[in-house]
Design a protein around this ligand. Structure first.
Ligand code: FES
Ligand code: FES
Length: 161
């Protein structure tokens, strides 16, 4: 068993840890850093529930090892709202458009949308909708998620339910 010392910025706070080489980033975030908003579904890159932002990009944390995050800046859903509790605009859009039911898929959906909307007031609607194809939701029928994505792009949902 190999162990490695890593240092990762998680939601703006530095975390130092010694981890097994085989430990996934999602397990590290949940068990070592306490970020249980990182949900683990399929554990092989299909469902998108474990998505976090690593150095600005949406990443499936079940497919990345914790050691690969050494020196990186990671944002989980816990780090998205402002310190005073004001929701991130993606969280607000999901709330307003009823984009969630049980909430299991939601952190992953939110983090993907957050990564794609970062730094722009008018993200590309097609890109947002295409990215949602990488998330499995068993509850919503996707229409609320779709409306939230379109709201972020400044577009009306059209035929959405
Ligand atoms: S748990 Fe990572 S993609 Fe499903
Ligand atoms: S809201 Fe339940 S899986 Fe998406």
């Amino acid at each position: 068993m190999s162990e490695h010392r890593i240092e990762v910025s998680i939601n703006g706070r530095n975390h130092k840890a010694i981890v097994e080489g085989r430990k996934s980033l999602c397990d590290f975030l949940r068990t070592d850093a306490g970020c249980t908003g990182v949900h683990v579904g399929c554990e092989h890159g299909v469902c998108g529930a474990c998505t976090v932002i690593v150095d600005g990009a949406a990443v499936r944390s079940c497919l990345m090892l914790a050691v690969q995050a050494d020196g990186c800046s990671v944002t989980t859903v816990e780090g998205l709202a402002a310190p005073d509790g004001t929701l991130h605009r993606v969280q607000q859009a999901m709330r307003e458009e009823h984009g969630l039911q049980c909430g299991f898929c939601t952190p992953g959906v939110v983090m993907t949308l957050a990564a794609l909307t970062e730094g722009t007031d008018r993200p590309d609607a097609e890109a947002l909708l295409a990215a949602m194809s990488g998330h499995i939701c068993r509850c919503t029928g996707y229409q609320g998620i779709r409306r939230a994505a379109l709201r972020l792009a400044g577009e009306a949902a059209g035929d959405a339910a």
